[in-house]
Structures are given as C-alpha cells and as structure tokens.
Design a protein. Structure first.
Length: 284
C-alpha cells in the first residue's frame, strides 16, 4: 500500500516538474525581452499625428505603426498600440503602462535623462500660416510679437522662449507668445480660427496638413528649423528590451525593409554625429 502511494506521489511530482518546465521558458522569454506581457509589445503612441501615427478605419496607421510591425516581426512579438496624448508618453512608459514609446518623439538631452532612446529618424520643424496672410516667416527670429501654436510638449517651445528672451526682448521687440494645444489638429484649427498667427510643426505633418486643408494654409519656411532626431523610448533600466529593440533595428536595416519604409515616407535616418548631438554627448 505504501509503495502504491509512493508511486502516485512520484508521478504527481513528475507531472509538476514537467508543467513547470513548460512554463519557465515562456516566462524567461518575456523577461529577456523586457516586455510587460509575454508575446506582446505594448506601444504608447499619440494616434492624432499623421503621417507618423494616426487612426485610419479605427486601426493604427502611419510610419510608426508600420515601423513597429517590422520590429515586432523580428522580435516575434505582436505590437499593441495604446493611444496616449503626447505629453503623457514618457510618464506612461516610466509607469510601465506600456513597453515602448513610438510616436515621433524627439531625442533631447533632457528627455534622455528620463528614458533610454533608440534613435531611428531625423526631422525638424516648419512654420505654417494662412494662405490669405501677408505674414511669411522664415525663421524663429521672425516671430517676435506673434502668437505661435504648437502641440503640447513640443521640443521647440523652450527654444522659442529663448529666442523671445535673447533676441526679441533684448532688441526691444515684443515677445513671442507660445500657445500649446493637446494635439496637432487642434493647433491647426486655432490657426484657421486666427487664434494664433502661425503654427510651428514637424515638416511631414505640416505638409500633410496643408494637403488636407486644400490650400487654406501654406508652409512659409523654406529650410528645416531646429533639425532633430526621433527615437523609440524605453523605461530607464529596461536594458533587456533596449538591447532587443536595437538588434531588431539592425536586422531590418540589413534586410532592406527599413530603407524601403523610409523612402516611402520621404524620411531620413540620422547619422552618428547627429545622434550624439541630440543626446548631448560627444564622440570619443
């Protein structure tokens, strides 16, 4: 009798061992990638910012969703987008509401203190005005005394404030009035309503806005203002996911799929010097 009980106990222990053996590798795979949920890559993105991130027929569309699909394929993870307003993206990834930010997030030294970046794009900003306006600004110094609309949290706002103090006020001109809006479309609506005199915007976004508004606005600036690098952002300390994403980016560069995506959206990849400048570091 005792022998029979011992045999049953041994079988139960063996079954438990096999069960744990099946579970542990799955947990380890998720842990290695540093994701919140096994088999999934949760992506924080402001889905109001075409052509980078937006909703089309209720599905995430644009450059970043397509880019993250390429990355997810390499990582064998399914991207899941969580629509989050721009000003809350860094807060969200650090609070572990999602794994990574992919939302045309500009790389700056200040942000690099809060998150770890993987730089993958280069853009800048343009100035957009009403087509009926005689005001045609080319550079920030032309904005003294003007109301400038921007998406909330835009990297150029502190730079405009500096121009306002160091150039406008210092030369006896009126200050630049920076006005921030939750989304880019709301900033464009403010321009249409003449609540602002000019909208400062990412050049790709400005281009698509002009097209959608069918000639009601024009891009007045002819050169890229404040060139910037765009990066994916992960929570500080999540080295596992940072390494996985870096490897995946290298892979899609090598297989040519990333180059094809860049060409389709008329975007560029930053070089090492531009990335170091964006991070506030110098090459050794």
């Amino acid at each position: 009798m005792q022998k029979g009980l011992t045999g049953k106990k041994t079988m139960r222990n063996l079954a438990l061992t096999i069960s744990l053996a099946c579970v542990v590798p799955l947990l380890s795979a998720a842990e290695i990638k540093g994701t919140l949920k096994q088999g999934e890559l949760s992506v924080g993105s402001d889905l109001t910012y075409p052509p980078y991130t937006y909703l089309e027929q209720k599905q995430p569309s644009g450059f970043d969703p397509e880019f993250m699909q390429l990355m997810g394929k390499q990582l064998r993870l399914e991207p899941r987008f969580l629509d989050t307003r721009f000003a809350n993206l860094i807060l969200g990834v650090n609070a572990q509401r999602f794994d990574v930010v992919a939302s045309a997030l500009y790389v700056t030294p200040e942000r690099a203190k809060q998150v770890d970046f993987i730089s993958y794009l280069k853009t800048g900003s343009s100035l957009m005005v009403l087509s009926t306006s005689d005001f045609r600004p080319q550079q920030p110094e032309d904005l003294c005394g003007k109301r400038v609309g921007s998406i909330k949290g835009a990297s150029w706002v502190p730079k405009l404030n500096k121009v306002s103090a160091d150039y406008c006020l210092a030369s006896g001109k009126p200050a630049i009035q920076s006005r921030e809006f939750p989304t880019s479309p709301e900033a464009a609506q403010a321009l249409l309503a003449q609540a602002v005199d000019v909208q400062m915007e990412d050049p790709a976004v400005a281009k698509i806005t002009v097209e959608k508004l069918q000639g009601k606005t024009v891009i007045s600036s002819s050169e890229l203002i404040y060139p910037v690098v765009i990066g994916l952002a992960v929570r500080k300390g999540n080295q596992a996911l940072l390494e996985e994403l870096t490897t995946a980016l290298d892979q899609i560069k090598q297989n040519g799929s990333y180059g094809e995506l860049l060409a389709r959206y008329n975007l560029d990849e930053p070089n090492a010097e531009e990335i170091n400048a964006a991070l506030g570091t110098t090459t050794p």
